[in-house]
Design a protein. Structure first.
Length: 269
């Protein structure tokens, strides 16, 4: 694959010149998907396909019809490919992220279209083959949204609960991060998260919350810190988790003006 195919425009002016219409966008996707030439998904025959309207490709051997967008976030979309490409450029170059409302005004599309595009992109940006966290891993929960004044505080509040796992590097620094929205901080929700994202060889570091009890039975080395009896505050005893939680809250407050629906919180994470 040539370097020109892999590179993506750095500025908006370059983007407009590089992808002026849907035909160019479709050809770009073809080179990414089939770098050695078109391969029929039905009969695996290589060769130049017959080209029909609406970017449909027809295999000359078995007459199977397909499209370069089949199996992608752009499958069966009525939105022009240039709009999808422009949304991808804005999403990946914005330093503070992009909200659907901002994308709506930027692209000139409806809010529903902007929201749907962002949701699909966010899901596709997660690597399905990513490995589990290793080494020393801090795990704790943070609370997003809810009533600012009055009501319960902590794990019994009405806020949305996000559990965070962070690799701690030696002598300093942090590695990979995993986050998940959970309905409550019980062992029934915390343990599956830990088993999904943390390798059995890792050392799990948590506070003394009873939702983490029993991790040793799942073959984890479990290091507990009783914060009430510790001289260090929570953000000092477990700096990685609290640093990520602070960034998350700042991003939601800045990019989404502090507003989000709990049903879609996982895609934001």
């Amino acid at each position: 694959m040539s370097k020109k195919v892999i590179d993506f425009p750095n500025t908006y002016r370059e983007f407009v010149q590089y992808f002026p219409n849907d035909h160019v966008c479709a050809r770009y996707l073809e080179k990414l998907r089939w770098p050695k030439g078109f391969c029929c998904p039905a009969c695996q025959t290589n060769g130049e396909p017959w080209r029909q309207t609406r970017c449909r490709l027809v295999c000359p051997a078995c007459r199977h019809q397909t499209s370069v967008t089949v199996g992608t976030v752009m499958e069966k979309t009525r939105t022009p490919l240039t709009t999808w490409f422009e949304a991808a450029w804005h999403l990946t170059t914005a330093k503070n992220g992009f909200s659907a409302k901002t994308l709506e005004s930027t692209l000139g599309v409806s809010y529903r279209t902007a929201w749907a595009m962002l949701q699909r992109y966010r899901v596709s940006m997660v690597r399905s083959e990513r490995g589990r966290l290793v080494g020393e891993v801090e795990i704790d929960e943070t609370f997003i949204g809810g009533v600012k004044e009055g009501g319960k505080r902590g794990r019994g509040s009405s806020k949305s609960i996000v559990v965070i796992a962070v690799e701690v590097k030696e002598p300093k620094g942090f590695g990979r991060v995993r986050m998940r929205y959970i309905p409550d901080a019980s062992a029934e929700n915390l343990h599956p998260f830990i088993c999904d994202v943390v390798d059995r060889s890792a050392t799990v570091m948590t506070d003394s919350w009873n939702g983490y009890n029993g991790l040793s039975k799942k073959k984890y080395r479990h290091k507990r810190t009783v914060l009430s009896s510790s001289d260090d505050p929570a953000h000092v005893a477990m700096p990685g988790v609290h640093w990520i939680a602070s960034l998350l809250k700042r991003w939601i407050l800045g990019t989404h003006q502090g507003s989000f629906a709990p049903a879609h919180l996982q895609s934001y994470l």
